[in-house]
Design a protein around this ligand. Structure first.
Ligand code: PMP
Length: 401
């Protein structure tokens, strides 16, 4: 008899479990709109040309596979902070940013959660309702208390700005407020620049600490700078803040696990101390991060020619998703005879569309139409082709009615 007799079966992951179910489906119309991963119009995975070029450079240079320092590759840490805050941001020159390489967005968030648990005991993290499903897991496992602030208004399929502000105001002083830097997941609804300013006002008033999750820089607007505007607005106010970054989507480095945790501090001295503690937390968790993705990012962002090529490729990816979004809207509007207003689809940005389909309706999408998606009604437009928009529109209309 097993020592593990008492262990029960864990449920499949609500997002990654969708891909497993998709693989097992043999229907030829099947469509995987679960995970947020970019596909070509032919629905194939895509490796960016700049990534291949950066990898060739690495081979030519004959680089070794020695351990990285705990904080990661210095050339990566430098460019990742510059990409986020802007290369000429005085915070960088003043050494007020503690940056450590992380295991992509998830690992960076988890490291920050460990920092909060250790050095801000009892402080809670406010997360949006709804949010990316893994946020709750991350803070639960790090034993960081969290609560939700209102974000999505099902009546308008838009932002519940008043509710958001009221909930951030009502939270205990000094809470961490988790914000999606751009392309909110799962809703695809971002605050306007004016609303960001008001959010910053309340956070300042309440002495909260902004904690940005930036997993889609470049994927919302197609522009890296525009998509960092929210973070830069908060940084320009002189606030201390946390920012987790991911290169899974914008460089297509999903499996390389490359990202970073940045902590902006009031002084260079505080930043040095925070960085030392982040290293101390990382050492027993994973010792030091992997080198391959870090070198790719350092080569692409650090080389002006490759950097420009990357921007063009990202615009191409963001552009394909915009085309699919438009075609889905057109198909729904043309096919649906109920008079329902589908314009919310065009207002949402980034990789996802939040359809408003409930759990039972989402299950109908999968069981009857072989369209795989998360049960919260989110579909990844990055996994959709122009050719499949009409089929998807039929499935959505059928599931709604
Ligand atoms: N945050 C959000 C909001 C995300 O959508 C994702 C990716 N799905 C991540 C973080 C992290 O992803 P990764 O660990 O692959 O960087």
């Amino acid at each position: 008899v097993s020592r593990f007799e008492g262990i029960t079966m864990a449920p499949p992951d609500p997002i990654l479990g969708v891909s497993e179910a998709f693989k097992a489906d043999t229907n030829e119309m099947k469509l995987n709109l679960g995970v947020g991963a970019y596909r070509t119009e032919e629905l194939h995975p895509y490796v960016l040309n700049v990534v291949k070029k950066a990898e060739n450079l690495m081979l030519e240079r004959g680089e070794n596979k020695e351990y990285l320092p705990i904080e990661g590759l210095a050339a990566f840490n430098k460019v990742t902070a510059e990409l986020l805050f802007g290369a000429d941001n005085p915070l960088i020159e003043q050494q007020k940013v503690a940056t450590v390489q992380g295991l992509s967005g998830t690992g960076s968030l988890r490291l920050a959660a460990a920092l909060i648990e250790r050095y801000s005991p009892g402080a809670q993290v406010l997360i949006s309702s709804p949010t990316w499903g893994n946020h709750k897991n991350i803070f639960n496992d790090a034993r960081v208390p969290w609560s939700e602030y209102r974000y999505y208004d099902p009546r308008t399929v838009g932002l519940d700005f008043e509710g958001m502000i009221a909930d951030i105001k009502a939270a205990p002083e000094g809470s961490f407020v988790l914000l999606h830097g751009c392309a909110h997941n799962p809703t695809g609804i971002d605050p306007t620049p004016e609303q960001w300013g008001k959010i910053a006002d309340v956070i300042q008033e309440k002495n909260h600490i902004p904690f940005f999750d930036v997993a889609y820089q470049g994927f919302a607007s197609g522009s890296l700078d525009e998509d960092a505007a929210s973070v830069r607005l908060f940084a320009a106010r002189g606030l201390e803040l946390l920012v987790a970054q991911s290169y899974s989507k914008n460089l297509g480095l999903y499996a390389e696990r490359i990202g970073a945790m940045n902590v902006v501090c009031a002084s260079a001295d505080a930043a040095a101390r925070v960085k030392s503690q982040l290293k101390r937390l990382a050492r027993p968790m994973y010792s030091n991060p992997p080198i391959h993705g870090a070198r790719i990012v350092a080569n692409v962002v650090g080389d002006p020619a490759l950097f420009n090529e990357w921007k063009a490729e990202m615009e191409m990816m963001a552009g394909r998703i915009k085309n699919v979004r438009q075609k889905l809207y057109d198909s729904l509007t043309a096919k649906d005879k109920s008079g329902k207003d589908w314009s919310f689809i065009l207002k949402q940005i980034g990789m996802f569309s939040f359809t408003g389909l409930n759990k039972a309706q989402s299950e109908n999408m999968t069981n009857k139409w072989h369209v795989y998606m998360t049960k919260d009604g989110r579909i990844s437009l990055a996994g959709l082709s122009l050719a499949k928009c009409e089929y998807l529109a039929d499935a959505i209309i059928d599931s709604f009615h």
